[in-house]
Ligand binder design. Structure first.
Ligand code: GAR
Length: 273
């Protein structure tokens, strides 16, 4: 782990759905002074997410936005709901929900917006510089993303357990392993309105050996995740993640840390060891 050099500590809020081992590493590194960020709040979408326990133990404020409760609600006339956003326009912009029934799609989107509205209210009360998704298994609508990705800034960061654009979605490790890949990958990216399609900040790969099973692959990948997430947050804090445009006009990023290649090599060496 390369120590951060920036005096500027970021305020980050972390969203989790499950066990929260990535969160644990960030909490530990923050406590050890190895992370250029203060974790100001942890929010989960499920009351039972173990990540909350980890945060509470570390003295970090936690909240639950119970997505299940929102999504189970009956919403008869979504267009008549008082929402903080124009639902029809959102339905045109969004790329994540699929339904052949436009009314059903509006209903689902309306419920999602209500959950996100509660989430935004909580997060904003902590004034985070970045919202970091660490195993947060919910779709984010353009309402949420537009709130944080404003003025040319990308403020929602995600970690995905595959080498994007291969294997987006909820089963990165399983999809990589079952496809028969000989290398797996991890991607840290900014979240945009597509499914795991936002600008890539960092990627690294790990080998998949002939005798590996799914669990070995996941553990090898997770070890890499832990190194990468903390490092990317330190790059963000140090202002070393530059936005630029790629030849196909996508927003791209460039890490300006002079030690970038050394760090990349250290990740791969560790994964190969
Ligand atoms: C991690 O492997 C993370 O990359 C993945 O969920 C796991 C969470 O583990 N995220 C996604 O699949 C997002 N699409 P953790 O709760 O132990 O940190």
């Amino acid at each position: 782990m390369i120590q951060h050099q920036s005096p500027n500590k970021l305020r980050i809020a972390v969203l989790v759905s499950g066990s929260g081992t990535n969160l644990q590493v960030l909490l530990d590194r923050s406590a050890a002074g190895d992370l250029a960020a203060e974790i100001v709040a942890v929010v989960s979408d499920r009351p039972e997410a173990y990540g909350r326990v980890r945060a509470e133990r570390a003295g970090v404020p936690t909240h639950v936005v119970d997505y299940r409760a929102y999504l189970q609600r009956e919403v008869e006339k979504p267009l008549e709901l008082k929402l903080p956003v124009n639902l029809e326009e959102l339905a045109r912009r969004q790329k994540i929900l699929k339904s052949s029934d436009p009314e059903k799609l509006l209903q689902r989107l309306a419920k999602l917006v209500l959950a996100e509205d509660e989430l935004i209210g909580i997060l904003d009360s902590y004034r985070p510089d970045y919202v970091c998704l660490a195993g947060f298994m919910r779709l984010l609508s353009p309402y949420f993303l537009g709130h944080y990705n404003r003025g040319g800034q990308w403020r929602v960061v995600n970690i995905h357990p595959a080498l994007l654009p291969a294997f987006p979605g909820a089963h990165g490790y399983e999809d990589t392993f079952c496809y028969g890949c000989k290398w797996g990958g991890i991607t840290i990216h900014f979240a945009d309105e597509g499914e795991d399609t936002g600008p890539i900040v960092a990627q690294a790969v790990y080998p998949i050996w002939p005798d590996d099973d799914m669990e070995k692959v996941r553990q090898r990948g997770l070890s890499l995740e832990y190194e990468m997430y903390a490092q990317c947050i330190n790059w963000l804090a140090a202002g070393q993640v530059e936005l630029c445009s790629s030849p196909n006009l996508r927003v791209d990023t460039r890490i300006t840390d002079p030690d970038y290649q050394i760090i990349m090599r250290s990740w791969i060496d560790k994964a190969l060891a």
